[in-house]
Design a protein around this ligand. Structure first.
Ligand code: 5GP
Length: 186
């Protein structure tokens, strides 16, 4: 299939439902409660929790999770593709983030951790901003595919190493708006 081909038939692309909307919402609420407990008294209005999401897949997870977190917080985003230089080597932490995370507790939110390359790269550049702490929260994890040693504090669901779509996750930039998470058909 050509990359720019318009895909319209969901049934031709999305196979079994891995996680229903209800299962996702329930787990997101649990994660929010856990994070609220863990950061109560630590995140304050003078020093809010910095909730940092990786674009674009984290879109809905971050929006839902934030509304379940009941401690003072700020939202920020990092666009990994924009942070790469033209020769494909990673650059430093963008200036706007350096200021935002300095001396702050950071909750770094990912849609999915697969091999762990993205997480490992972002963790490395985040420390350039001297955060007080960095905790990682991912909705999905494919531990069987991991090649990097990563430290994840909050995991929504541990899943099999299949390619999933929906709830922010794309297939050729489409299907992000599905309310559930399904498996890509072969
Ligand atoms: P990693 O750097 O951990 O190997 O991969 C993380 C990135 O790969 C995710 O942020 C996501 O963009 C992409 N990715 C990995 N697995 C999947 C998947 O099952 N579905 C989708 N849509 N993207 C995935």
């Amino acid at each position: 299939m050509a990359t720019n081909e318009i895909i319209q038939d969901i049934d031709a692309v999305v196979g079994e439902t891995l996680l229903t909307e209800k299962e996702i919402q329930q787990r997101v609420a649990e994660l929010g409660q856990q994070i609220t407990q863990d950061f109560a008294g630590i995140a304050t209005s003078e020093k809010p929790l910095i909730v940092l999401g990786v674009l674009k897949g984290v879109l809905f997870f971050l929006a839902d999770l934030m509304r379940e977190i009941d401690v003072p917080n700020e939202i920020h985003f990092i666009d990994i593709s924009a942070a790469k230089s033209s020769n494909g080597h990673y650059q430093d932490l963008p200036n706007y983030l350096e200021q935002a995370i300095n001396n702050r507790h950071v909750l770094f939110v990912e849609d999915i951790v697969d091999a762990g390359l993205t997480l490992s790269y972002v963790s490395r550049i985040l420390y350039q901003g001297n955060p007080e702490s960095v905790s990682v929260c991912t909705l999905l994890s494919k531990e069987a595919n991991r090649i990097m040693d990563v430290d994840i504090r909050y995991t929504g669901f541990e899943i099999e190493p299949v390619y999933v779509i929906g709830y922010g996750l794309d297939f050729k930039e489409q299907f992000r708006n599905l309310r559930y998470i399904g498996v890509l058909k072969k």
